[in-house]
Design a protein around this ligand. Structure first.
Ligand code: URA
Length: 430
């Protein structure tokens, strides 16, 4: 394998033979290919893309760079997993996991920390007092066997090539390329050992994929990779023009997930939880069709069983599930609507930037997080507000932080005369 020839071939729009691509990635993971050559290849891929077989070779090579886990074999059951391509206010795993477990399907998941402007599930879970995200694979499997659910941080030994390549993509403007995103996500899912996967592909100004067309391409690429690896994949295309649910910020999001598994929660978040859990159950070994799965999911939200599963899960990982114990911000400031009308936008990226500035996210990976702070979007797309009514709430460390967040948050909102309804689930790709 000659790295320069391989880069040149991709730069000129050619196809890289699978064996050579696998060798390049393996050598990069072993530090035998320098960052500058890997960066040049990434940029060539950004401009030229990868064919389906190149994308599969890249995925395979990344999976082979580290350990793999066969959860299904260890549990002796089909294991379902979910993954979101990253959104603002996306606390779906925290609610979907207990719902799926309550309905009788095992839910064992490895999650990540925040990427860019989107928060990570682990950061959110760590706002629960005592909650432990570091579980060994044995602990994860044991807990799923015992109580049906475990969510842990991804082991450093799983797909180390993606960890290295992702860090390089992050600093070379090569994150947002469909085949690279598809290979990055699917290598982790394949190495993690699930039998079936529901992918929540976010679309909109707060997502990696800004248009439905791009999101569909990403969904198809990931589904194809899953199929090649023997995994059933269903993709939901969901709106990410505005934050999901009302809350953006770690403890606030856990509270919202708690409210939802307890049978309440905002309508859009509940809709997504039901949609994702329904697809997961339909892919599980419970032999339910979609209709039966939806009925069981809805029942678990109404009869207290999803809440009981949540409480068992949080306790099993050392946490206290009582939402009254979640950290609270010192200052809560209401943001009144500046005019009467319909909310026509609460731009996700801008809301995320406000939450970030309040301290809810990280600029650099070593930055600390303030779990208590964030934003609550009381009014969302399509809602009617009267002038002076609460549009949003700012949860801040102090008055000065709340003050500077207020103007920025107001400019994330758009209020108009006409409603502009938009569905949350844009498509389901099977
Ligand atoms: N999430 C990932 O894990 N990888 C990407 O490339 C993008 C989002």
């Amino acid at each position: 394998m000659h790295a320069v020839e391989l880069i040149e071939r991709k730069r000129n729009g050619g196809e890289i033979p699978a064996a050579e691509l696998r060798e390049f990635i393996a050598a990069y993971a072993r530090d035998e290919v320098p960052d500058y050559q890997a960066a040049a290849l990434l940029m060539a891929v950004w401009f030229r893309g990868l064919s389906a077989s190149e994308t599969f070779a890249l995925t395979e090579a990344m999976v082979a760079s580290g350990e793999t886990v066969d959860l299904a074999a260890q549990l002796g059951r089909r294991v379902v997993d979910k993954h979101s391509t990253g959104g603002v206010g996306d606390k779906t795993t925290i609610a979907v996991g207990p719902v799926v477990a309550a309905c009788g399907a095992p839910f064992g998941k490895m999650s990540g920390r925040g990427l860019g402007h989107t928060g990570g599930t682990l950061d959110k879970l760590e706002s629960i007092p005592g909650f432990r995200v570091e579980l060994s694979t044995e602990e994860l499997v044991g807990q799923v066997r015992e109580i049906g659910i475990a969510v842990a941080g991804q082991s450093a030994d799983l797909v180390p090539a993606d960890r290295k390549l992702y860090a390089l993509r992050d600093v070379t403007a090569t994150i947002d390329e469909v085949s690279l995103i598809a290979a990055s996500i699917m290598s982790k899912k394949i190495a993690g050992g699930a039998s079936a996967l529901v992918l929540d592909v976010k679309v909109g100004e707060g997502a990696f994929m800004r248009t439905q067309e791009d999101a569909r391409r990403l969904a198809e690429a990931m589904r194809g990779l899953g199929e090649e690896a023997g995994m059933d994949v269903v993709c939901l295309l969901t709106d990410m023009d505005q934050p999901l649910g009302q809350t953006v910020g770690n403890a606030l999001e856990v509270r919202e997930a708690y409210d939802t598994v307890a049978g309440g929660g905002p309508a859009d978040f509940r809709e997504l939880v039901v949609a994702a859990a329904t697809q997961l159950l339909a892919l599980s070994d419970l032999e339910l069709d979609e209709d039966g799965a939806r009925k069981r999911v809805t029942a678990s939200l109404g009869d207290g069983s999803a809440l009981a599963a949540y409480e068992r899960w949080i306790r099993a990982q050392g946490g206290d599930p009582d939402p009254a114990l979640l950290p609270r911000a010192a200052v809560v400031r209401r943001l009144p609507a500046p005019a009467t009308g319909f909310v026509r936008g609460a731009r996700a990226r801008e809301v995320a930037a406000v939450a970030m500035a309040l301290g809810a996210g990280r600029e650099r990976k070593e930055d600390p997080i303030d779990h208590a702070v964030g934003v609550v979007c009381r009014a969302k797309h399509g809602d009617h507000v009267e002038r002076g009514e609460p549009l949003a709430e700012i949860h801040a460390r102090d008055e000065a932080a709340a003050e500077s967040a207020a103007a920025a948050l107001l400019s994330a909102y758009e209020i108009g005369d006409e409603p502009d309804p938009r569905p949350l689930v844009l498509d389901v790709i099977r």
